[in-house]
Design a binder for this molecule. Structure first.
Ligand SMILES: N[C@@H](CCC(=O)N[C@@H](CS)C(=O)NCC(=O)O)C(=O)O
Length: 344
């Protein structure tokens, strides 16, 4: 009897321990950097195909979101090639990050309160200030979104886009018929085959999607922006060091632009005697070391990937096919709202 009871309590204790370990593993992930270093690569969840932001051509990925993940890899490994890209649908992105299939989401994802609350995730900083807009055939000759009453509207579900659309039409006392699809391909097909009068998405995405149409010039993007879409990288909660590495990677890129440090002049910047530049490139102080990085972490990012402006211009700005004006994504001292806390 005694041995039976003893066995039972040992069994119970083991079960409690296993359950506690499972809950801890599930809720407290503090090892992303360690796992990344052991693996030798950063796993980046990206959009499957959004020209300018993330797209693949013969095995090579490119785009703004792709470059951001390369910057994280450069900070850690001094090698942007150590970023590995995992394409994720809008509907599966948060689940895949939670289940640790990726280390970071770098994928046109809007930062909102409910997403941080409901998914146990954290949005470290805004990489791209966006807003929702409407695209329609030029032949429709409309000038304002307020002319869209009684339209059939194509939209992708599992996005913030759906609710903004409803809010906008309700607030303006207008009616619409929603054509909603889970897959982006189906949204595009429906729009191209004339099932909808207009397609709604983040403005940056409308620019990107339009490029893939047979005749991009036949479609216009209305000037109205109906929402705030602060697009940000996403990480799991409760892994503060990892969150800070991601956050300061972006801030290093923004500060570099502000200080005029580029991938072209980084060698001169390493000889600079300007205090702000010295702290950024690691010739003064040892910023980054407490996060598990080396003190030249920012210099690595700038050398391999470039500053924020360089990354913006080559992927989505004037030097790219998209040609999206910098707008809100201009630096704070040049008319925009991109503003990074200092490295000091
Ligand atoms: N920023 C919005 C929209 C992001 C989004 O996923 N947009 C769609 C429409 S362009 C998309 O990227 N779809 C691609 C896919 O699901 O593979 C959000 O975070 O919900």
């Amino acid at each position: 009897m005694r041995t039976f009871r003893g066995g039972l309590s040992i069994g119970l204790a083991v079960a409690v321990l296993v359950a506690a370990a499972a809950i801890t593993y599930e809720r407290y992930d503090t090892r992303t950097l360690k796992r990344t270093i052991r693996r030798g690569e950063v796993l980046c969840g990206v959009n499957k195909g959004l020209p300018g932001f993330s797209s693949e051509d013969k095995g090579t990925w490119s785009g703004f979101d792709v470059d951001f993940c390369r910057a994280v890899a450069a900070a850690i490994f001094d090698d942007p090639g150590k970023a590995k890209f995992v394409p994720l649908d809008a509907s599966e992105r948060f689940k895949e990050l939670q289940s640790r299939k990726v280390d970071i989401l770098s994928r046109n994802t809007t930062w909102s309160m409910s997403r941080e609350e409901n998914y146990d995730l954290y949005f470290p900083a805004v990489a791209y200030y966006d807003g929702q807009g409407f695209m329609l055939p030029r032949a429709r000759n409309l000038e304002s979104a307020l002319d869209l009453n009684n339209s059939k509207v194509c939209v992708q579900s599992a996005t913030t886009t759906e609710l903004n659309l409803a809010d906008y039409f309700r607030a303006n006392n207008m009616k619409y018929e929603e054509k909603k699809f889970l897959k982006l391909d189906d949204v595009i097909k429906a729009y191209e085959s004339g099932q909808c009068d207009t397609l709604t998405a983040d403005v940056s995405q409308l620019y990107a999607l339009r490029l893939n149409f047979a005749k991009p010039g036949d479609h216009v993007i209305l000037p109205d922006v109906i929402s705030k879409e602060p697009l940000a990288p996403v990480v799991r909660q409760r892994d503060d060091d990892w969150m800070m590495i991601v956050k300061w990677t972006l801030y290093a890129m923004i500060n570099a632009e502000e200080l005029g440090v580029t991938s072209q002049n980084i060698d001169e910047a390493l000889k600079s005697k300007k205090p702000d530049v010295m702290r950024l490139v690691g010739t003064e102080g040892s910023y980054g070391e407490d996060l598990g990085l080396t003190k030249d972490w920012a210099a690595r990012i700038i050398r391999h990937v470039g500053n924020y402006g360089e990354v913006y211009e080559r992927n989505v700005g004037a030097e790219s096919k998209l040609k999206i004006p910098r707008g809100l994504n201009q630096l704070w001292n040049a008319g925009g709202i991109q503003y990074a806390p200092p490295v000091r």
